[in-house]
Design a protein around this ligand. Structure first.
Ligand code: C5P
Length: 223
């Protein structure tokens, strides 16, 4: 049977990452934070002293991406976040990262080198481009203000100096860039379920998502 896929898409700091980790743990699925791929490319370009908007530099960094860099704590910095949405608009970057994501979903890596029976991928284009056949697609949103408040806490916890107004501005700029790009723009798949997390805590978000996944798993077993 084909591995099960949960596709989580939505804007920055909407709560996709936390939800993805909880779902992956609950179902014993592999998790891929696809934003980390774009952050790693953006950070590599910055570290090389190049411009993240330069198509040649960014595509070359994507082709040379070392999966070991996906664990770098610097990926969560504001600078890496900003660079990531610039490199993400470059088609050569998206093409270079496409196969990695597809392979992950087709053969989700599990412990001891064995495959898991499913995966959770979170990003912007999972339900539309990477896994358009995913049996569960959730578009996770929250107001820009709620998201900026969460991102501010995350940055402060990392010891970065950050102010709310600036974080809100960055979130809005990144939303606009991600939604406006020509190649794989951020948008809900036609068959995605929308989940607004502005006024929900993580347990409530998890419970709603779990209902959708349980239903889809039961449908697959019954098919
Ligand atoms: O989710 P996160 O904020 O870590 O993503 C960083 C950036 O990577 C996003 O702003 C977006 O530009 C890009 N991205 C993307 N497609 C994905 C995941 C992330 O374009 N599937």
């Amino acid at each position: 049977m084909k591995p099960f896929v949960i596709a989580l898409d939505g804007p920055a700091a909407a709560g996709k990452g936390t939800l993805a980790k909880r779902l992956a743990t609950h179902y014993g699925f592999a998790h891929l934070d696809t934003g980390a791929l774009y952050r790693a490319v953006g950070l590599a370009v910055l570290k090389a002293g190049q411009d993240p908007s330069d198509p040649n530099a960014a595509a070359a960094a994507a082709q040379a991406l070392d999966p070991a860099t996906l664990q770098d704590p610097e990926l969560r910095s504001a600078a890496a976040g900003d660079a990531s949405s610039k490199v993400a608009a470059i088609p050569g970057v998206r093409a270079a990262l496409f196969d990695f994501q597809r392979r992950f979903a087709a053969s989700p890596p599990g412990p001891d080198g064995r495959s898991c029976s499913g995966s959770v991928l979170d990003g912007r284009d999972i339900g539309t481009v990477i896994c358009p056949d995913a049996p569960v697609k959730i578009f996770v949103t929250a107001s820009a203000e709620a998201r900026a408040g969460r991102r501010l806490k995350e940055l402060q916890a990392r010891g970065e100096k950050a102010i709310y107004a600036r974080v809100l501005e960055d979130i809005r700029a990144r939303d606009a860039r991600d939604a406006a790009r020509a190649d794989a723009p951020m948008k809900p798949a036609d068959d995605a379920v929308h989940l607004d997390t502005s006024d929900l805590d993580i347990d409530q978000v998890f419970d709603r998502a779990r209902l959708l996944v349980d239903r889809a798993l039961a449908a697959q077993r019954g098919a």
